[in-house]
Design a protein around this ligand. Structure first.
Ligand code: SF4
Ligand code: SF4
Length: 499
């Protein structure tokens, strides 16, 4: 049972209902600030620095010259308003500062004041504002009410990406010493232990052994979950939630069954036991590289030929869009395969080759719909055709399940709504935001539940799965409705046929 909320859960209506503005509706929400030791571990000041204003403006200047996109985004907006009703946090909270254009303006108004001639001499005329403590507070508050989902950018005629502005805002906040507790502590855990959950190697080894016994008991087949196996063909990097959290672990069992059925050797790494990379969320490329480099180092040490990434939205974005620049080249891996490869691409290609046989009836007790995760839908791709990230997971689901219904077209594919917990916001100190931000997705889900009797919401992202399992009870749905693509795969795989 969900804990009694101290706020009102929005009522589910037919999407789209655009709320009337409520000034300051989410002014009371902000996440905990990271302690000094966690800030310093990431190379940031431990607390708000003396002369923070100069430090912040210097960092802003550096970001503007390093990443031209940020300056273009700050300059290009014509205030057309097309993005205003596209953010799930605005739709769920009605706070006008959660309109994407208003979120951008928090940084834009300061940029104009200090970095444009008009703003220096005629600030009022161009809406330029001084960088004050109140402005800094607003940055902290509202740049942590954006999940960096990029939905607004799909509708902006100039392609302005608020996610990049949010990342720049968070980077400036870190540089003056006020980083977010949740993300920064997690990055520190990866440096210290190897994964977001702080799961040490012996516990991981025990867990994997337990899973081998569980699968043997269920299927009678010796499916292995290897750890640190040198010379394996594939290194699997997956979000650490897959190791034991529900419903994630059933996805991991699905991956292991696929590897087993394909007869391809694989391994996990205790050193790189995390695919997630929260440094993306804080917009800091130095830390993003440091987290990612563990995976390259593990692949080299284990002598694998391929790297496959498990079900995790932002991890796939980092792998697909950033790995080559940050930790490439991957010339030590087998050039006959995409490097890296998503587990869905891997399973899909085996499926197409006829290597995997499914008994679809095994999933007949499930009527499913699919949630496109933002980072996969709008910030990466799968396969070799545009839109492969929409087609491949759906083809897998349809291959192993008889009852599939998509949600409304304006809420899927590149129009998909964020789960409400992405971008480093999956923390209990933001539960009100998470519940309210989930509203549009819950409305679209309710529609297919009412129309088609949908019983399960399938996802390929660890954050989406955790977020849904937490917030769905607030809307009267059962948390057990959430399921991994690879749980469907694992349950339908015909384990009697071996290759
Ligand atoms: S990136 Fe997503 S969360 Fe952020 S303002 Fe745009 S729609 Fe909202
Ligand atoms: S859609 Fe683009 S140009 Fe229009 S208000 Fe939003 S950010 Fe500005």
């Amino acid at each position: 049972m969900a804990k009694e909320p101290t706020f009102e859960t929005p009522k589910l209506k037919e999407y789209p209902v655009i709320p009337l503005i409520q000034e300051g509706a989410m002014q009371h929400i902000k996440p905990f600030v990271a302690k000094a030791e966690f800030q310093e571990r990431l190379g940031f000041p431990g607390e708000l620095v003396e002369g923070w204003k100069d430090v912040a403006l210097n960092r802003m200047g550096e970001l503007l010259s390093q990443y031209r996109s940020v300056q273009v985004f700050l300059d290009a907006c014509v205030k057309c308003g097309a993005c205003t009703d596209k953010c799930h946090y605005y739709l769920g909270t009605a706070d006008p500062k959660n309109m994407p254009v208003a979120r951008q303006d928090l940084l834009r108004n300061v940029y104009r004041r200090y970095f444009t001639l008009a703003g220096k001499y005629f600030p009022k005329l161009v809406g330029a504002v001084d960088l004050t403590e109140e402005v800094l507070e607003d940055w902290y508050r509202y740049y942590h009410q954006c999940s960096e989902c990029r939905r607004c950018s799909v509708y902006c005629p100039y392609g302005i990406d608020t996610a990049e502005i949010t990342m720049a805002g968070r980077e400036i906040l870190d540089s003056v010493g006020i980083g977010q507790k949740y993300s920064n502590e997690i990055i520190g855990k990866v440096y210290k232990i190897g994964n977001n959950l702080g799961l040490p190697e012996p516990a991981l080894a025990d867990t994997l052994e337990g899973l081998e016994e569980e699968v043997k008991a269920d299927t009678g087949v010796d499916v292995r979950f290897p750890l640190d196996q040198e010379g394996a063909e594939i290194l699997l990097v997956t979000p650490s939630a897959d190791f034991f959290a529900e419903p994630h672990v059933d996805g991991l069992i699905g991956y292991a069954k696929v590897f087993h059925q394909a007869g391809i050797s694989w391994t996990l790494s205790s050193y790189a036991s995390e695919a997630a990379n929260f440094a993306l969320f804080i917009g800091n490329y130095e830390n993003m590289e440091k987290v990612a480099r563990r995976i390259r180092d593990a692949a080299l040490k284990l002598g694998v030929k391929r790297i496959v990434t498990g079900e995790c939205g932002h991890a796939w974005r980092v792998a697909y869009s950033f790995w080559n620049t940050l930790i490439g080249p991957f010339d030590f891996l087998d050039a006959n395969y995409p490097q890296p490869q998503h587990i869905c691409e891997f399973t899909h290609s085996l499926m197409k080759q006829g290597v995997l046989k499914f008994n679809k009836a095994a999933n007949d007790h499930r009527i499913v719909t699919f949630h496109d995760s933002c980072n996969i839908a709008r910030a990466s791709r799968m396969g070799d055709k545009p839109g492969g990230q929409f087609v491949i997971p759906r083809e897998i689901i349809k291959a192993c399940c008889n009852h599939f219904y998509d949600m409304a077209p304006e809420t899927i594919h590149e129009h998909t709504f964020c789960c409400g917990g992405g971008g480093g916001l999956l923390t209990d100190d933001l539960i009100e935001l998470r519940v309210k931000g989930a509203l549009p997705r819950m409305e679209a889900l309710k529609h297919v539940v009412d129309e088609h009797g949908v019983t399960h919401l399938v996802a390929i992202c660890a954050i989406c799965k955790s977020q849904f399992a937490k917030v769905m009870p607030y809307y009267g749905f059962d948390r057990d409705m959430v399921i991994s693509v690879h749980q469907l795969v694992g349950d339908a795989l015909d384990m009697a046929t071996t290759h």
